[in-house]
Write a protein that binds this ligand. Sequence first.
Ligand SMILES: Cc1cc2nc3c(=O)[nH]c(=O)nc-3n(C[C@H](O)[C@H](O)[C@H](O)COP(=O)(O)O)c2cc1C
Length: 307
Amino acid sequence: MSLSSTYARLTLLALLSASTFYCFYKSRRLKLLKISLNPKDNLNANPISSSNKGKLFFISQTGTSKTLAQRLHNLFKLNDLLFDLIDIKDYEPEDLSKETVVIIIASTWEDGKPPSNASFFANWLADSADDFRVGSLLLSKCKFAVFGVGSTAYGGTFNAVAKDFSRRLRELGANEIVEVGKGDVDGGELDGIFDQWSGKVLRILKGGSMQNGLVFSNGCTGGESDNENIEDGFESEDDENGDVESGIVDLEDIAGKGPSRRSNTVAEVNGKANGQKEMVTPVIRANLEKQAWLLQSSCFPCIYLFI
Ligand SMILES: Cc1cc2nc3c(=O)[nH]c(=O)nc-3n(C[C@H](O)[C@H](O)[C@H](O)COP(=O)(O)O)c2cc1C
């Protein structure tokens, strides 16, 4: 081997070492970097979503689901569980990734579809779950339960919306704490089935666990035992004022978020404005860049092998 080729190889090796070092340094910095949320965004933020309370959503056209949701909300209050009761049409679905507990009471209408005022939310869930760039960890911090209000008279589409929401939320990484409740307005027993389902949800939120479909309770009002603290990540009456949101977000946490109703992109992604889908939203871009970088770093050892 000639001297010049040895020098060339050494120079190449030095260059690669330097760039590898630089890349590792950059990657470490990226990991440590916390970005402050833009104060302007905070001003525009939906006040409902800014709290760390659980969210109790209803999707209703003629009021049945809304009434049940109000009943559940009262039951939660009696048990010191703080929930925001929200009509789904007033909620920005991109905030879902911040939620820790989500309960949904949803009715099904014609052709197994939700009422029209919930179609934005339903489309957002479906689009996000089907989008491989969004990822199945988007809602991994979220526990949820869904109760459907429908009618067996509609056969195959009985409670289709509730079942679909449950599937979509699971696809996005959320943890279902109680199996979908299936209320039947025509077959009777709606109240009984709802109360049974509510009881299960309540016991789980109060710290009970679930095994083989059975809930093991740690106690709740109206039940056998005392009030215990509920699960991690969820706010109770006692610590409502204790925790102030830090206002910082880890880059890794926001990677993969879906479309938003706030920005112009949102309407495009959901086909609301002009029916055209945005291929890469800023957050998806961040996610893709991160993945590309990881791929690149993992390939460096291969380059050395070729030298
Ligand atoms: C026109 C019409 C279509 C419906 N389609 C379905 C359906 O496909 N599947 C189902 O489970 N229930 C269906 N239902 C039953 C509704 O879900 C039921 O009336 C429910 O109480 C409505 O809840 P809401 O008052 O909260 O909107 C339908 C009801 C109507 C009036």
